[in-house]
Design a protein around this ligand. Structure first.
Ligand code: ZN
Length: 132
């Protein structure tokens, strides 16, 4: 099984920076050179990499997603959370980050964000670290 940690979200839609949690998994793996796969085992949440320096960037992403995927639309899925499923697919459920010298190879302004679209909930994140 991959490593797992949980994320507690506090609103219906929210991006949470999980970079340090993923770094912690990589550090405890002891892998110096390889790859970390971050996987979200949920259908109404996703994961993405984007700017972590300015929090207004992820606010803009959320607001743009609301424009693209409106809450009021005659969706077929009758649970009431169809927009959350669609936004989760737009963001995607996994990503890979290279590891070098035991560190995640991220650009200066990049962070890894858990994307909540149907919160608040307690969510799981799986991280598989491969390498040597
Ligand atoms: Zn649903």
């Amino acid at each position: 099984m991959p490593s797992e940690f949980t994320v507690r979200t506090h609103s219906q839609e929210e991006f949470i920076d999980i970079t340090n949690l993923v770094k912690g998994v990589v550090a405890s793996s002891g892998v110096q050179k390889g790859i970390a796969v971050v996987y979200i085992p949920h259908t109404t949440a996703g994961v993405t990499i984007n700017e972590s320096a300015d929090p207004s960037v992820v606010e803009d992403i959320l607001e743009t997603l609301r424009k693209i995927v409106p809450f009021n639309f005659p969706y077929h899925h009758l649970e009431g959370n169809a927009p959350a499923h669609i936004k989760a697919s737009i963001m995607g459920s996994s990503l890979s980050v290279l590891i070098d010298k035991g560190n995640l190879l991220l650009g200066t302004w990049q962070g890894i964000f858990f994307c909540e679209f149907d919160g608040p909930r307690t969510r799981r994140v799986w991280v598989e670290v491969r390498g040597e």
